[in-house]
Every structure is written in structure tokens, then in C-alpha cells.
Design a protein around this ligand. Sequence first.
Ligand code: GAR
Length: 202
Amino acid sequence: MKAVILISGNGTNLQSIIDHADSINLEISAVISSNKKALGLKRAESVNINTHFIDSNIFITKEAFDRELISIIDRLDVGLIILAGYMKILSPIFIHHFSGKILNIHPSLLPKYRGLNTHKRAIIALEKHHGASVHFVTEELDGGPVISQEIVDINTNDTETTLAKKVLEKEHILYPKVINWYTQNRLKLINENTATLDGKIL
Ligand code: GAR
């Protein structure tokens, strides 16, 4: 299955997906970044994947930016859009255009800690556990149905940095696993709140 991967930063999840691509039947048609300096762009270029940088500063509205994104992705004719550390909020126009075809990975055990600074917030709240979630993207920010999660323990000596590292290691296993389910046509978004794996509600 052809996919496009949207990034904004380091791209360690992108790297993991690149490394697993053959075994999960994924052809990465392009990597699109909202950040010109994203290390992920270099990772893609080094294995000859097409890259695009879209500069949000040249668009007057978020919708205009997303329409450009839509037109690039439509031309690529992909079956899946993978958000891998993409730090822009997608507009409803984009989400409806590709409904049921957008996956995101989020660094928390959703529905806990939507949004930013998830590691810091989990430590401050004295959580014992934290983790990562992969979910379908719907209009509600970080609120689409969760597909699968990985859990890590929070130790008393954990800092934001050590916790982020532990969570990322889990993300690198979790995301290719879920993408594989998708490329095998086993995953479906039924509605805003419901996803299925092999026809069973998750
Ligand atoms: C990952 O931890 C991912 O879960 C998070 O950004 C990091 C990207 O790392 N995504 C979000 O916070 C999305 N709201 P990476 O660029 O090394 O893959």
C-alpha cells in the first residue's frame, strides 16, 4: 500500500517505518514536512524518498495550507496518511477529505494527556504509568478512536527526557505494527468514536 508520511521534526518514528516498510507492505510515496529543518527530511532523502516542505508562512489561512497539502497528497494517490510527529493541527477540510485514512501516534495513554507536553504532565501528576497510543484521526484533536497502546512505567527518578526516550522506543515498535494491520485492510474507522480490527470493535 502506498502512503505519505507527515512530519515536523526528528523523524525517529519515520525512521522506524522506513526500516519496517518492506515487511509491512508499505511503499512510502513521499515525506512531507511542515518544518524545513526537520531531521526527518534528511532521513527520507538518504533513502531516496521524495520530500516536500510546505511553508505555512506563505498561506493566509490554515485551510489554504491544508488545501495545498491535499493537492500534493491527491496527486500521490495514496491509501494511507501517516502522521509521525506532525505538529500542526489539521483542519476539518483535510480530515474529511481523507476520512478513515489518517493515523496518528501520540505520546500518552489516550484519552489521558491530549495535546502537548505529555511527559511533563504525566510526571507532575505522579502517574505510575505512561505510554503511547496510535489512533485514527478525526476532527477532535487527539480524540479519534484508539487502535493500540504501549505502556511504560514511570519511575521516581524519571525526567521528561528519560520518559520521552522510553516512550519513543515503544512507539517505534507500536506504529509499524498498527500500520501493518492497516495495509492488510484489517483496520476500519466506522465513525468518530469507533474503529474495528478484523471486524471487531476496538
Ligand atoms: C513522538 O513522540 C510522537 O508521539 C509525538 O512527537 C514525537 C515525534 O518524534 N507526536 C506528537 O506529539 C503529536 N501531537 P519523532 O519525530 O522522533 O518521530
